[in-house]
Ligand binder design. Sequence first.
Ligand SMILES: *Cc1c(COP(=O)(O)O)cnc(C)c1O
Length: 542
Amino acid sequence: MSIVQRLARPAILALPPVDIAGAPVPGTVRLDANENPYLPLVQGQPGINRYPDPQPLSLRRRMADLYGVTADRLWVTRGSDDAIDLLIRAFCEAGRDSIAIVEPTFSAYAQFARVQGADVVRARLTDDFRFDADAVIAACRDARPKLLFLCTPNNPTGTPVDPADVRRIAGALPDTLVIADEAYGEFSDQPSLAAEAEGNVAVLRTLSKAYGLAGARIGCLIGSPELVDLVSRVSPPYPLPGPSIAAALDALGPERMPIHRQRVADLLAERARLAGALRGVDEIRSVREGGNFLFLEVADPEDLARRLAAAAVRVRFRPNAAPGGVRITVGTAEENAAVLGVFGLAADRPGRRASVVRDTKETRIALAIDLDRDGPRQIDSGVPFFDHMLDQVAAHGGFALTLACDGDTDIDPHHSVEDVAIALGTALNRALGDKRGIGRFGFALPMDETEAQVLIDLSGRPFARFDGSFATPAVGDLPTQMVPHIFRSIADSLGAAIHVRVSGENDHHKVEACFKAFGRALRQGLAIEGRGDALPSTKGML
Ligand SMILES: *Cc1c(COP(=O)(O)O)cnc(C)c1O
């Protein structure tokens, strides 16, 4: 008998699959679900008068691909909270069965167990919040919980659980389903157990944390196909809202992934910076890092609570984890500055970052810039020579640029080139914020026989002028007629006057010189004068 058959509630094993009208099939007359035939009176959600696909294969496949498993091993849930609830309902008989947790940890495990009338077996981290596999095995051996939840890295202490410990525990407890909750897996350097979720090991993942979709409520359970089948029987008929399915598919678009990765890296860097700053504060006894949060032990939580309230900053006090336990989520540079301010640390200058996603029928673009960082540059417009030019702009402009475009370059590079230029101008405009309107900048450069000059006025008023011509139709895969067009698109979306003048013999030199000079002129416009930590202001004062 398999582990699922041995442990599942007999009533659930005997339960037939949910009786639903079935997924919508295009081209059929759909009178099987008592839906309302009229379009909903809601903008942008034309399909929500119909029930959604209970488990859309596209999303199931995309998430399976993301976590490195096959689709039959993954069940999409309404957030991973829902997966916790489904597991407990599928396995725990009220008044008889139990789950086990390792405290202090995420409160939902015990909460859902109580709802189901299941007991909670409690193991603990060590006094300094390390994970002790032997203590967990000892606590579970006689109690024989149906489910053991291991949160890795642990919320709220940040404690990682070594995958080898999870394997060892699963081996030592053959009558317990061991569930690794990897809600913060993307922020950890521990490898995921998803590919090993088999037998009595299962994994939970979520799009709420690393992919910024907490409001969409999309997560998943990963395990043996038999476990997935069992959980599907406990699931309500149409668990996933249509708009959430669409949002998840959008957010997981391959052209978005470089920005997701960059954001995780940025949050980790920010986490380390915050931890470093807070370690020097007297009232803080300890600082731990994990996931996208910090866990502090403070001397006087009541006093801190008053100061946080005065600054309108909300964090989570976790007295059950430690007497002065506080969990602080890593936010934007501005939000983190507010927290640092509460601890009496000087706030840094707010960062100048922006991200733009732009989807049309012809292109899907995700672009992020950081004007205060000289790299990284990761550019994939689908037009390699244009990538090279954009790399010149960012390198000479002195800013970080992450950009991916999935466009119809099989037809012509036109759409991708134009739309990327618009997205870049839009991002520059947003990131510059109140710096707009104050600067006129220019740069001229020779390149062999070629001379290029670019003048920029960040005036808020778009205007583009291009003096120069090209003798050849294309340089690399970039049509030369697109070059003036690119500067026009950037001028329009950035809100700037951009004057380009170029002369010379060699078209390759001429194109490259234009982009280099543009980057150099931008660098002057992006530079923050003075000590570098003052807010840029049209008044020249804070
Ligand atoms: C946030 C969190 C979840 C829940 O995530 P959702 O997918 O939003 O339900 C699950 N487990 C842990 C440990 C969490 O911190």
